[in-house]
Design a protein around this ligand. Sequence first.
Ligand SMILES: [Cu+2]
Length: 183
Amino acid sequence: MKTPLITALGLALLSTAGAHAGNELAGHEMSKAQHVGMRADASYEIGALRIEKPFSRASLPNQPVGGGFFTVTNTGTEDDRLVAAGTSADLADHMEIHEMAMEGQVMKMRALPDGLVIPAGETVELKPGGYHLMLMGLKQPLVMGESVTISLTFEKAGTIEVPLAIGAPNAKGAGHGQMTHGN
Ligand SMILES: [Cu+2]
C-alpha cells in the first residue's frame, strides 16, 4: 500500500496530548492549534508507518537552510529506517537527515549518513533541537502559512510525499503558521 492515506484526526488530536505529557507546552500549543483550526492534525500513512504533523519554519532573509520536522510511528513488528528525504530542485539543493549532539560543551548538528532507525512499535519525533531534516542550499524563502512538499524514503515502507506546513521562525510544532507569539 504505497498510497498516502490522509486522515483527519480531529478527535485523536486530543488523545495525543497524553503521549506528549513530557512536553509542558503540549497542552497549551494544542489548544491554540485547535482554536485556529490549523493543520496540526495532518496524518499520512505508508506501510506500517504513520507520519504526523509535518512542519517547517519560516526562513529569515538569506537563510541558507531550512528545517523539517514530524512525528513518525512504526505500528509494525519490524524496524524501519528513514534513509533519505528530498524536495524539488527549485526549493533546495538537497536534503539531509540530521541529529543534534554535544561536541564538548557545544551542541552541534550533524548528518546521519545511515539514516534514522524507526524501531518497531515506537514513535520517533523529529523536532527543533533534536532529530530533524535539513533543506540544504535553500533556493527560495520558506513563507509562514504556506507549505512545501517533501519526500521521505523509508527502507521498508517506501517513499511518501508529505507537505510541510510552514510555521513561524520559532515554531515548535505544526499549526503555528498563522499565529503571533508574544515572546
Ligand atoms: Cu541540521
